[in-house]
Design a protein around this ligand. Structure first.
Ligand code: SF4
Ligand code: SF4
Length: 167
């Protein structure tokens, strides 16, 4: 087996192991990139481009790229993919690989701090808006549940993210 093929196999196995299980079904049609807000916002390594790099075995070459942290998890890519690849899961698999290797984008610091403190990567206090539409001010989420927050913090503290010393 060529060294290059071994490298490709390792990259694909790594991404599948982190949850990007549909990666090998990609036919590079580009439908996902055409609807991806992250791509439109200028993050080059999402959807088709990310999958192409991974299928070329370039896991180490792209590890420092911050594009994966620009994914909004909107799943438009998942809806349009004719192959059932679920590109968002490939993006998140790559993000998990990056986090596991401590290749952590500075652009993600705020969202990680939010996650640690509230259980939500994007968090704004909803009380006023909920009051305006007649809902109870406090929603049943980890942001208002001390025990859930402590469990989230224990998970983060004991995983690779905890080694970053951010929290
Ligand atoms: S839409 Fe699906 S098959 Fe087409 S490039 Fe994206 S992931 Fe690959
Ligand atoms: S889920 Fe992420 S990769 Fe997929 S279209 Fe939305 S922003 Fe792009």
């Amino acid at each position: 087996m060529l060294v290059e093929q071994k490298k490709i196999d390792e990259a694909v196995a790594t991404i599948i192991g982190f949850g990007g299980t549909g990666i090998l079904n990609c036919v590079q049609c580009g439908a996902c990139s055409a609807v991806c807000p992250g791509v439109k916002a200028g993050f080059p390594l999402l959807c088709r481009n990310l999958i192409r790099s991974l299928l070329n075995g370039q896991l180490e070459e792209i590890i420092e790229d911050s594009s994966s942290w620009g994914c909004q998890a909107c799943n438009r890519c998942t809806e349009v993919c004719p192959q059932g690849v679920r590109p968002q899961e490939v993006v998140f698999a790559f993000r998990r690989y990056q986090a596991n290797e401590l290749a952590f984008s500075t652009s993600a610091v705020t969202s990680q701090m939010n996650l640690y403190e509230t259980g939500h990567a994007v968090f704004t206090d909803p009380k006023e808006l909920r009051r305006q539409v007649g809902l109870p001010e406090v929603p049943p989420t980890s942001a208002f549940n001390k025990q859930a927050q402590e469990e989230i913090q224990a998970l983060i503290d004991n995983g690779p993210m905890g080694e970053l010393g951010l929290f």
